[in-house]
Design a protein around this ligand. Structure first.
Ligand code: DGY
Length: 323
């Protein structure tokens, strides 16, 4: 029997590409240039499996018509709001993701952003690199103390919990969170955290607000102008979730007007575009979507995709099936 034809849309860690090439009739993307809509459409018509990443947009239009060949989309990443899940489901296409293996690294990046923006690490680094540092002085780049402050987490899934644990047990912070469903208080206490009934309750209590909910329609612009106004004066926003959870225009206005004190961002509304007005601000720390970017995690993510499509083509249930 011939091996399933699969397409890997970007370069993946070498060990994973080798394993996929061994097990399947695999097409790799040697140049690592993101595919456009026509190429992705073509991929769905020509391959048994397409293995995309967050940089591949798969809207409903790409699934239209009778000729779609793909039976499974093995997404490299836990978030899948770049794929129109309903359209895939309508075509009986299985979609899988990679939960669990990027929890710690993404929580670490959230912590990195929180510390960097509170302690003005980005500004300090820029100053030293520019040769502009004139020496130690008591009033130089004075930031905000983290220990003892309150962090408010929106979304208490795996990454939200790992972040809570770091904040409470690592940095002596009080942790409150909002989650759509109720979390057992003993479980929350295990992470040093306490659930509050509404997003507004969290915004009103937190010195740092960190987003850990999924992107997509349900949470689109969850952080808008009204919600920035509801944050404590002098508070900071951290976003390692998805860019569309934040109304970026409202965020820029809140930062420019001093409604909030600063932001640490790893994700943006229209990646890789980052608005010039945002890049011009000193009170933001901006990373290029690095949440899961460690050798260990990126390899583990790839191997998870491999497990999912291997199970599927062997007639077994893929372990990380989304639909
Ligand atoms: C994820 O896994 O969701 C990362 O953000 C990359 O897509």
């Amino acid at each position: 029997m011939s091996k399933p034809r699969i397409l890997v849309t970007r370069r993946w860690p070498t060990a994973v590409e080798a394993a996929l090439s061994e097990a399947f009739d695999t097409t790799l993307n040697q140049d690592d240039v993101a595919l456009d809509a026509a190429q992705l459409r073509d991929a769905l018509l020509s391959y048994d499996a397409v293995l995309p990443t967050v940089s591949d947009r798969l809207p409903a239009a790409l699934f239209e018509g009778e000729a779609v060949r793909s039976k499974i989309i093995g997404n490299f990443g836990v978030g899948f709001n770049h794929i129109d899940i309903a359209a895939a489901k309508a075509k009986d296409i299985v979609v899988t993701n990679t939960p669990g293996v990027l929890t710690d690294c993404t929580a670490d990046i959230a912590m990195l952003l929180l510390l960097s923006v509170a302690r003005r690490g980005g500004e300090g680094e820029r100053e030293v690199r520019a040769g502009a540092w004139t020496g130690w002085r008591p009033t130089h780049l004075v930031g905000t103390k983290v220990t003892g402050k309150t962090v408010g987490i929106i979304g208490f899934g795996r990454i939200g919990k790992a972040f809570a644990q770091r904040c409470h047990f690592g940095f002596g912070m009080d942790v409150v969170f909002y989650n759509r469903s109720s979390v057992d208080s003993a479980e929350a206490a295990h992470y040093g955290a306490r659930q509050l009934p509404t997003v507004e309750d969290v915004l009103g209590a937190a010195d740092f607000v960190s987003l850990h909910c999924p992107g997509g329609a349900e949470n689109r612009h969850l952080m808008n102008a009204t919600r920035f106004a509801a944050m404590k004066p002098g508070a900071f926003l951290i976003n390692t979730a998805r860019g569309d959870v934040v109304d970026e225009t409202a965020l820029i206005a809140a930062l420019e007007q001093g409604t909030i004190r600063g932001a640490g961002l790893d994700v943006y509304e229209a990646e890789p575009h980052v608005p010039e007005r945002l890049r011009a601000l000193e009170n933001v720390v901006l990373l290029p979507h690095l949440g899961s970017a460690t050798e260990e995690t990126r390899t583990a993510m790839g191997m998870k995709v491999m497990d999912n499509i291997s199970a599927f083509f062997a007639g077994r249930e893929p372990p990380d099936r989304v639909i």
